[in-house]
Write a protein that binds this ligand. Structure first.
Ligand SMILES: Nc1ncnc2c1ncn2[C@@H]1O[C@H](COP(=O)(O)OP(=O)(O)OP(=O)(O)O)[C@@H](O)[C@H]1O
Ligand SMILES: [Mg+2]
Length: 370
């Protein structure tokens, strides 16, 4: 191993050790194995792009059940990497940026008959722009559920491989299990093959969903960012630094290309009704816009998800994903969302992801009033 490579390998291992100690974590055996592999990758990257080397290191596909610390592993990797040309993308971000890019390049209406070709090249351009001069791209929560996702994800992957970008992804699905819908799975098979040929697959399993672990850290460093409050009376709200909105606080709040009625906006806090946000016609870009602006989101009037529309349930799951990824404090006021929804329920896709994140919110203790 060259000096440069060894130095970066050791520096990354040291970085993980410090990050783990700072957070008060004991890494699982699967995480320790991943730290070793990711540190090796850091070493490989340090020597991959010199004047006489054109072979990018193999990417890593990190997968496993929910809450095993995959995102923590790859985020810590990106923090410790001495590579300015790196980028982190979350699944929802990827689609937002891509759709924005596509609509910008489609200002001029295409001539008749050329629609699909124009759209195709608009997607190509948007992906190219997104990747830019990146050397390392982290894609958190890699998955595909419908034919549209599959096309865009496949396009991104081809661009990354063509451009010799090293891809690091996390997923709850092993490559062969991507696009689980049997009607569409075959559309994704070439992409799965590409992943298997060009990336190393790392299984981060283990018995513990860390989000469900009781909080042991007396300093509160693993404090849940938010809470589920089933009987949100004034004293309980106050214990979490919250106060119910007065009617005259109702206001319209800007989301993505639309305004939503909020019960209150106070500084970086927004207070919204479930009926407006999850049962209204909203979508992930709206949640991303809210997450860009607000640090705390209170969702009032949360019903048991079993009683919602399928779209309402999916919107709620996406909102929880976005808030957790963006570190937005999320307070859910009303019923237990999962009441009456068995763990193996087919009423919700990826229910285990939402359940794990809600378990973390449930572990949340009172915060000092803001
Ligand atoms: N070894 C550990 N001990 C305790 N907590 C940990 C450990 N590793 C990670 N965590 C914490 O556990 C929580 C879940 O970790 P993370 O989000 O990385 O899981 P994940 O595998 O990406 O889950 P998902 O598949 O649901 O996205 C986070 O709050 C993270 O900081
Ligand atoms: Mg994750």
């Amino acid at each position: 191993m060259s000096d440069k490579r060894r130095k970066q390998y050791e520096s990354m291992r040291g970085h993980y050790q410090q990050a783990g100690e700072r957070a008060g974590f004991t890494l699982s055996p699967a995480q320790l194995a991943a730290v070793e592999r990711l540190s090796r990758l850091a070493g490989e990257l340090a020597v991959a792009h010199g004047p006489f080397r054109h072979r990018p290191p193999r990417g890593l596909y990190v997968w496993g059940p929910v809450g095993r610390g995959k995102s923590w592993l790859v985020d810590t990797f990106m923090e410790g990497l001495a590579e300015p040309r790196s980028r982190r993308l979350h699944f929802h971000d990827f689609f937002r940026r891509l759709h924005e890019g596509v609509s910008h390049t489609q200002v001029t209406p295409p001539a008749s008959g050329a629609t699909s070709a124009v759209r195709h090249s608009a997607v190509d351009r948007a992906v190219d722009e997104l990747v830019g001069d990146c050397r390392v791209l982290l894609f958190d929560e890699f998955h595909a559920h419908d034919a549209g996702d599959a096309m865009l994800v496949a396009r991104l992957l081809r661009t990354l491989l063509d451009r010799r970008v090293t891809l690091v992804t996390t997923s709850n699905y092993p490559p062969a299990g991507l696009m689980p819908d049997p009607l569409h799975h075959h559309l994704f098979e070439p992409t799965i093959e590409l992943i298997q040929q060009r990336m190393d697959v790392l299984d981060v399993a283990g018995p513990t969903d860390f989000r469900r672990q009781p909080r042991q850290d007396p300093t509160g460093r693993r404090f849940a960012r938010g809470a589920v409050l089933e009987r949100p009376q004034a004293p309980l709200l106050a214990a979490h630094g919250l106060r119910a909105p007065r009617p005259d606080e109702a206001v319209q709040v800007a989301a993505h290309l639309r305004e939503l009625p909020a019960r209150a906006v106070r500084g970086d806090l927004v207070w919204l009704d479930f009926a407006e946000l999850c049962e209204g016609i909203t979508a992930v870009p709206d949640y991303l816009a809210l997450a860009d602006r607000f640090d705390t989101l209170v969702l009032d009037g949360v019903p048991p998800l079993a009683s919602c529309t399928p779209d309402g349930r999916q919107r709620f799951a996406n909102l929880v994903d976005v808030c957790c990824d963006r570190d937005v404090r999320l307070f859910l006021l009303g019923s237990d969302p999962l009441a009456g929804l068995p763990a193996d329920s087919r009423l919700m896709r990826d229910l285990d992801r939402t359940a794990s994140r809600l378990a973390m919110l449930r572990g949340g203790r009172a915060v000092s009033p803001r």
